[in-house]
Every structure is written in C-alpha cells, then in structure tokens.
Design a protein around this ligand. Structure first.
Ligand SMILES: C[S@@+](CC[C@H](N)C(=O)[O-])C[C@H]1O[C@@H](n2cnc3c(N)ncnc32)[C@H](O)[C@@H]1O
Length: 450
C-alpha cells in the first residue's frame, strides 16, 4: 500500500526480519524490498521512503500501526532514538538472540553457498553472556566543532552529527556517567585552548574497576599535566594517556603513546587471567562475553598438556594465556606493535615461558612448527586466502575460528571447504553486543582429511 505526499512516499508495511544492520526488512505488494529503520519483525508500520533504488528502498518508521509482540519500549536510555549506539534497542532480548542466529545462518547460505539445511544444523542457538545493558568496558566519544563550541558525545543515528549524552547505559554498571564527567572536563579544558582531539576512549573494567581515559590527538603542543589533573579529578581515572596520531583524517596512524597520569595502562581480568592493555591495543568490549569466547574455544579444542598450539591474530593474549596453561607450547602471531608489547608483558607477568610471541603478519609469519590445535581470531576482513591455504596444509587436528563478521566467516568456511582438509562441526554465535546487530561467532573446525 502506498500514498505519495510531495516527493516522499509513505508505505504501509508488515515487517519481516532484521537485517545484519540497523534496519528491518519488509516487502511491498509487488515484492520490492524496503529496509525500514526503527521497525521490528511483526510490526505493521507506516514508513516514509528516504531513498528509492531500482531493486530496493530505504525508509524510516513514521508510525507503528500495530506493534509486534517482539517490540519493547523499556530501553533505559532517553537517547536511544537519537544516538546511533543501540539500533536494536526496540527489539526484545529473545528476538535479538534469534535474529543474530538467523543472520549467521543467512550469511553461510547466501555468501558461503552452504545448503540451508546444513547451515541450520551447524549453527547453534546464540549464546547470551548476560547483561543486556551495562556490558561495555569501553566507549568512544567523538569530538565535533558545532559553531564556536566543541561537542563531545556519541555519533547520532545518521552518523553525521555528534550528540551530547549525559550517561550511557551500555557502559559498565557503576560507570554510566563517566561520559558526562569526561565531556565536562574536556569542555572546560577546551575553553582556554584548542586541544586537537580526534576522539576519546574510555575503558572501565568490570573486574578490577580501573578506568582509563585515552585522548587521541595529533602531534603538537598539549596541556599534559592540566589534562591529567582535571580528568583524574572529574572521573577518578586510574590512568590518563594521550595516543599520538598522524596522517590524513580517515587513515590516521598511531605514532606514539604518552602517559599523562596514573598507571599508563588498563587492567582487566578474563576468567582467572589478568591482562594489561595499552590504549591502542584491541580488547573485546564485553568482558563476560570474552570469557564466554574463551570457554567455547577451550572446550571445543580441549587441548592436552603434551599438545602444541598456535594462536594467530593473538592480540594481547586473550586466548594465548589459557592455551599456554593447558598446552606444552604456543606460537602466537600478532601484527600490531602495541599489542605484541602487551602480549610480551602479559606473559612476563604470569611467568609463562612456553610461548613464542611473534610480531608480524599471520600469513607471512605463519609458524613453521606443527601444532595440534589452532585459534584464529582475525579482524573484520577475515583470513587472508593464503592463511586458509596454510592452515589447510598443516597437520593440526582442530581449529577454533573466532569471527566478528558473519560475511567473512562464510567466505572463509567456503574456502576451507574448497581445500577439503577441515570441516566445521559447529558454529556458536555469542551476543557480545546486545542492542546492536553485531554478533561474534566461534566455529570449531575438525580435520576430515589426513
Ligand atoms: C579481533 S582482534 C583479536 C585479538 C585477540 N585474539 C583477542 O581476543 O583479544 C584481531 C587482532 O588481529 C591483529 N591483526 C590484524 N591483522 C593482522 C595480520 N594480518 N596478522 C596478524 N595479526 C593481525 C589485530 O591487531 C588484532 O589484535
């Protein structure tokens, strides 16, 4: 059904499923797909078309005519419709978990060309580490000049503007208001001089309660002592650091790290392992979620004490440390300098001396030594084609593939299938990012050919 007012078309639509994105998908009477921002599966909505393409349209929700039983209106945040951080907040928890699993199955079928029945049998229900809110150990605040003022806050739903938010209920319980304190302290500082800040990272630990504020700035003069004092007073931060960047806006590279006050790093515990992280190093934003990933990986691989392991894309050691406790030897490969330094420091602190931490690209530095079990945890881009080939040519009995992108996971599982050495036994989605469409997965691959 459609009616046109001026150039904008309003449609009445029954909404189908969630996409792997902020939108839900509906179809017009003639079958055209409409991606509706703000709708949830089962809703009957009036939506305004914002972009018309030959094969699909984009639309925004104007009115819910009949609310789906899966629609919730209990988000503990007044900014939920303005800030872009929680695009699935109107969807019930059960529907979020089910939709995430469906999206993983869908990727395996559409992108990995896996038969539907096989994908359905492979993908387990989405694991829920708990804490649908208050789970994030990290938030990033953006800086934007609006007129003569600097606005410090979150990107809005369009991604173009920065909105000020007083508190963020996604942030670790007890630290929701740290965004306001940081924003207040930096507004005060920026009154007297231009700070050239690109963004601010705030890490707040679930287990140790440490807080680090990281100011990402370009090189040049900076009121170091004053910034450290004001931020520590305002937020109780245990560490304030400055991450120096250089290069063009979109591709700025880290060129240094300055400790401004406190420890200069941030500590979190994952299960029984303590990890020190420097601000530019990767660490999962959901501590309980990271623990669930470690549990799934270790249960899936079940390494014996005389076995050797490989941990590719190891970061600061989330999987390296538990592997080193269980195995005889671990070869760990990580390309990012600060993460390699963190890994070495974490190994030193634990006294584990059965790990070779190699700094370099997983493909170029693929370990020569044979392993029995392997963990791979690549970034969004997934595994380089050469890494799939090398993994398929070595003698390990099992591989745990941790992925943050169902599309590249599906592509890589298809590549493993072509090589014919390893085959997936199960794929477990884990909801590390409630209220968003993002989903992490752990896939266990076992050797099928000698
Ligand atoms: C998703 S993170 C996982 C880190 C770690 N396993 C963890 O759980 O904390 C991916 C890691 O791969 C690293 N990385 C990216 N490209 C790489 C490459 N080509 N070779 C090796 N490591 C790479 C990144 O620096 C990052 O630390």
């Amino acid at each position: 059904m459609s009616e046109t007012a001026g150039s904008e078309q309003a449609l009445t639509l029954r909404v189908g499923r969630m996409t792997y994105g902020p939108d839900a998908i509906a179809r017009t009477d003639d079958g055209k797909a409409v991606f509706v921002r703000g709708a949830v599966p089962g809703d009957l909505v009036r939506a305004r078309v914002t972009r018309e393409q030959p094969t699909y349209s984009n639309a925004v929700l104007e009115e819910v005519l009949e609310a789906s039983p899966e629609r919730v209106s209990t988000a503990p945040c007044p900014f939920v419709d303005v800030c872009g951080g929680c695009p699935w907040a109107h969807l019930s928890r059960e529907a979020q978990l089910r939709s995430k699993r469906d999206n993983v199955v869908d990727s395996l079928v559409r992108i990995g060309h896996m038969p539907q029945e096989e994908a359905d049998g492979l993908v387990r229900p989405c694991s829920d580490p708990g804490d649908p809110w208050g789970y994030r150990n990290k938030v990033e605040l953006a800086f934007q000049a609006q007129g003569r003022r600097s606005v410090i806050g979150m990107h809005d739903v369009t991604g173009d503007r920065v909105v000020k938010v007083d508190r963020c209920p996604l942030l670790q319980r007890g630290f929701e208001k740290v965004t306001k304190s940081v924003s207040g302290a930096l507004s005060y500082l920026s009154n007297s001089r231009s700070l050239q800040i690109d963004r601010v990272g705030v890490r707040a630990s679930r287990r140790t309660r440490q807080v680090e504020v990281a100011l990402w700035t370009q090189t040049g003069g900076f009121p170091r002592a004053q910034a450290a004092k004001i931020l520590r007073e305002a937020t109780g931060a245990t560490s304030v650091v400055r991450v120096l960047t250089k290069g063009p806006q979109k591709a700025r590279k880290v060129s240094g790290l300055e400790k401004l006050g406190g420890y200069g790093s941030w500590e979190e515990r994952v299960g029984s392992e303590s990890m020190l992280l420097s601000a530019p190093s990767f660490f999962q934003v959901n501590t309980r979620g990271a623990e669930e990933l470690v549990r799934l990986v270790m249960e899936g691989l079940d390494p014996a004490e005389d076995e050797c392991a490989m941990d590719l894309y190891s970061g600061a050691g989330t999987f390296t440390l538990p592997l080193a406790r269980r195995c005889d030897w671990v070869d760990a490969v990580e390309s990012y300098g600060p993460a390699v330094r963190d890994l070495r420091r974490n190994l030193e602190r634990t006294g584990l001396d059965n790990v070779d931490p190699v700094g370099g690209d997983a493909d170029l530095e693929f370990p020569d030594a044979d392993a029995d079990v392997i963990v791979v945890d690549p970034p969004r881009a997934g595994l380089a084609a050469g890494v799939v080939q090398k993994l398929s040519a070595q003698p390990a009995r099992a591989i745990a593939y941790v992925s943050c992108d169902p599309a590249t996971l599906a592509r890589d599982l298809a590549r493993f299938a072509e090589e014919g050495t390893f085959s997936p036994v199960w794929v477990t989605p884990v909801d590390l990012f409630p209220q968003t469409f993002h989903v992490e997965t752990v896939t266990l691959l076992q050797r099928v050919r000698r």
